[in-house]
Design a protein around this ligand. Sequence first.
Ligand SMILES: [Zn+2]
Length: 176
Amino acid sequence: MTTRAISADHELVNTLPPASEGGTNIFSESERMQCVTCGGKVVPVDNAIIYNGKRYGHGIAYCCENFPACDSYVGSHKDGTPLGSVAGKVVREARKKAHAELDLLWRGQGSSKRQSVYAKMANYMGIPRREAHIGMFDETQCESVLHFVKDYKDKEAKSERKKNDRLQKKSAKSIT
Ligand SMILES: [Zn+2]
């Protein structure tokens, strides 16, 4: 295991935006976060550390202080706040898949459709809406998102069939 890690993490923290732009908030929020894999502290880093020397977007990610020995990290929003909790590869992949599937249910249909889908998902999973963020989910919860998506699609297909049946009956009536 290399110890490249983030021994220079203080330096990286200092490259975060100043307090006036929320830099301090970012740090204290990350400080409160703990790695679920190893219990290490979560620190904001230059994301080039994670992505093989290539910097993406605004360049901020959050990772376990024991990275790369512990492969837990999470990207960040445009404003630099973490996308969710840090996670190892398995959970990261599970979240990616869950997100891709869930997005298909509302993408291109506006934010109220998105809200409705998320509310239904929270209900299906038995969690409060405010906790319904894939970025915070573990592997089991991501699987449950996939089940929800399937259920949702089945119901949609069913009501679509009913609608078509009604239309057909209607048109059959108007012909006779
Ligand atoms: Zn860790």
